[in-house]
Design a protein around this ligand. Structure first.
Ligand SMILES: [Zn+2]
Length: 156
């Protein structure tokens, strides 16, 4: 008996986009096909291997985006590159799915005109919306970010 292959992350993204946002999120772009495409309204979605040197995942990106979910990242588009979502690999399926959903919320808010939202109130509201659609983990995570908002020191 063959084990079914895990769908590509782009396929999973498309499914979750349809399920939770009625397809409102930007479409995915194949990796590497950036030239002469309208990449400013699209995202490259890919798995990335864990680093083995202990350096952790893309800490510069995490600082830049303010995302501390250490297993994934959303990187906004730059002048010459599209937005990216990276999810560490290998992860258990459910962890991968939740990590992708978390990064999709960042992606959704960025393209909805809230580039500096981080894990702020709109982010929390999206998590709560996901929770109301059956994603129990999102409720727990929303609570964590609410506490973070309340307890956060003023930004310098
Ligand atoms: Zn985040």
């Amino acid at each position: 008996m063959t084990r079914p292959r895990r769908p590509s992350l782009a396929t999973l993204y498309a499914d979750l986009n349809a399920q939770f946002w009625q397809g409102a999120l930007v479409p995915t772009l194949p990796r590497g096909l950036y030239v002469a495409t309208r990449y400013h309204r699209a995202v490259v979605v890919q798995r990335r291997g864990f680093r083995t040197d202990g350096a952790g995942l893309c800490s510069g990106f995490l600082q830049a985006t303010g995302c501390s979910r250490a297993l994934g990242l959303f990187r906004p588009p730059g002048q010459f590159r599209p937005a990216h979502i990276h999810v560490m690999s290998p992860l258990a399926r459910e962890e991968e799915r939740q990590t992708l959903l978390h990064e999709m919320v960042h992606c959704y808010l960025y393209f909805a005109g809230f580039p500096a939202e981080g894990h702020g109130p709109r982010f929390i509201a999206e998590l709560e919306r996901l929770a109301s659609r059956g994603e129990a983990w999102a409720a727990e995570e929303a609570t964590r970010w609410v506490n973070n908002l309340v307890g956060a020191p003023p930004r310098s």
